[in-house]
Design a binder for this molecule. Structure first.
Ligand code: ZN
Ligand code: FE
Length: 256
């Protein structure tokens, strides 16, 4: 029943990498290092070795630091089996229903196709904590580059079913733009309006908005709320399948 210590490492322009430590064994991992420098500096500052790089999908802004980090630390890398041929340097691949152990902390793997075809998320049920990559963002979701809206809606459904207290660590700080967009499709949601105000303030102070929780997202993230009556009504899609409502929200965000 191991718990994780999680530190947020801002990288590139608006990406987040995460440094995970499993305190019982001292095992460490870095999630989605799109850049090596800040990750290596964080390890050095803390006097830590690195055991694993953990990857959610093949995009450059999530994997570009991998080779240098492997060279400098001798760590191994785990990533999605469906993207094995698109990520150089994976030592281990994972797929739906499998697990990945960081010391005594064990992650369950969810395949979440949508943003990319092979995207995976890592869920540590003992914490509980989810590393959602570019599938679920604070008040948003990833763009549909490799799969359609129906696939992404199914993927998000897996994450929405996790315990509401689950902390969600996502791949980008897109929250402010997401909040402003969310208000345009769910304008009467009081929880969302209150949250948007807090986000404006946090970003003015330069504070990260991660982690969020599944419960907060269920209450305020329009991409998880495509089934909600007020959003359906607002979009004049009362009788459409939820996946179609989701697709319309995604289309509007792409145009925003
Ligand atoms: Zn991506
Ligand atoms: Fe990304």
């Amino acid at each position: 029943m191991a718990r994780l210590h999680v530190e947020t490492i801002p990288i590139l322009r608006d990406n987040y990498a995460y440094l995970l430590t499993e305190p019982e064994t001292g095992s460490t991992a870095v999630v989605d290092p799109g850049e090596a420098g800040p990750v290596l500096a964080a390890l050095e500052q803390r006097g830590r070795r690195l055991d694993w790089v953990v990857l959610t999908h093949h995009h450059h802004d999530h994997v570009a630091g991998l080779q240098e980090i492997k060279r400098r630390t001798g760590c191994k890398a785990v990533g999605p089996r469906g993207e094995y041929s698109r990520i150089a340097g994976l030592d281990l691949t994972v797929a739906e229903g499998e697990s990945f152990a960081l010391g005594h902390a064990v992650a369950e793997i969810f395949e979440t196709p949508g943003h990319t075809a092979g995207h995976v998320c890592y869920y540590f049920p003992d914490d509980p904590a989810l590393f959602s990559g570019d599938t679920l963002f604070v008040l948003g979701c990833g763009r549909l580059f490799e799969e359609d809206a129906a696939a992404m809606w199914t993927s998000l459904g897996k994450l929405a079913a996790l315990p509401p207290e689950t902390k969600v660590y996502c791949g980008h700080e897109y929250t402010l733009a997401n909040a402003r967009f969310a208000l345009t499709v769910d304008p009467d949601n009081a929880d969302l309006a209150a949250r948007a105000r807090k986000i404006e303030e946090a970003r003015e102070r330069g504070e990260p908005t991660v982690p969020t929780t599944i419960g907060e997202e269920l209450a305020t993230n329009p991409f998880l709320r495509a089934d909600s009556a007020p959003i359906r009504q607002h979009l004049a899609m009362r009788d459409d399948p939820a996946a179609a409502v989701f697709g319309e929200i995604r289309r509007r965000k792409d145009l925003a």
